[in-house]
Design a protein around this ligand. Sequence first.
Ligand SMILES: [Zn+2]
Length: 352
Amino acid sequence: MGKYRLLREAVEAHLPAIHVLEAPSASDGELALAHDPAWISAVAEGTTSAAQQREIGFPWSERMVQRSRRSVGATIAAARAALFGDAGEMGQGVAANLAGGTHHAHAHKGSGYCVFNDVAVAARLMQAEWHRRHAHRAHMLRVIVVDLDVHQGNGTAAIFRDDESVFTLSMHGAKNFPFRKEASDLDVELPDGCTDAPYLEALDQALASAWARHGDAPPGLAFYLAGADPHEDDRLGRLKISAAGLAERDRRVLRWLRERRVPVALSMAGGYGRNLATTVAVQRRTLEEALASWRAWQAVQEVGGEVGVKEGLKVGLKVGVKKVENEGANGGRNEGGTDSVRSPNPMKESGR
Ligand SMILES: [Zn+2]
């Protein structure tokens, strides 16, 4: 889809501190952490039924398989960069997928332009990698998913329904797709036409509530689906959030995580602006906020403190964005893509 190419070009032209990397492809073994083997092989071998393809919203093709694998791979790469960093480095704190956020995909099927659930796979894989490094610790890596795409993260909610190690927060339009919602750990439903002030107020309350519910076992990794589709000019969003409101949203989420030293992997998730340039501009702002948060995270690391954030000590030498050609069969409403970015270091992007 042109949207992802435009975003990548905007990042490369205007945010040179962000290091863009090519998205790797997720393997069957990685996908199996969140998906049924039968669904993985149906997609890989092209044996999905007409009904299954209809539910996804675009037809099967070899390119679709590659794009879906890379969209997951980019979120994995972003999460790994945020949490662990490259060999010999500390975790970068912030990284992104320039696409990703395929939150309607369930364990056994795709839906709503989503084939595989990038965040679900990456969350489980990071838990496994963390456990391998910290096997002496009794507890598991806890993960929080902050899904602010305007559509409910129903696939993610279903996959983690009985998994207490992953907290799912979804804030979405009450009357929007999917019309039959799943139960997340915390769902916040917004009325049609919701504007900036009540939106940001609901966000603050949701974050506070999510944190309180973790008790004395806080999350060690976050996934943030920074959907652009709550924007007022979105064709599918039904809300009235301004570009400035969305930038403030991103700032609040990223600051909230940073102040608690929770590394985060962003995904761009949905965005269906009447004008494509509007969606790309919103997503670019999101990446600007991510870059700023990455800098603040690094500054704290260098100072070795927990408090004082010294701005601008080190400007991103290597933000990682991953790219993947995503052309697209995704028609209009899709949220999915395939790039991964790392903020001045790792942010990756991929999917919806
Ligand atoms: Zn969406």
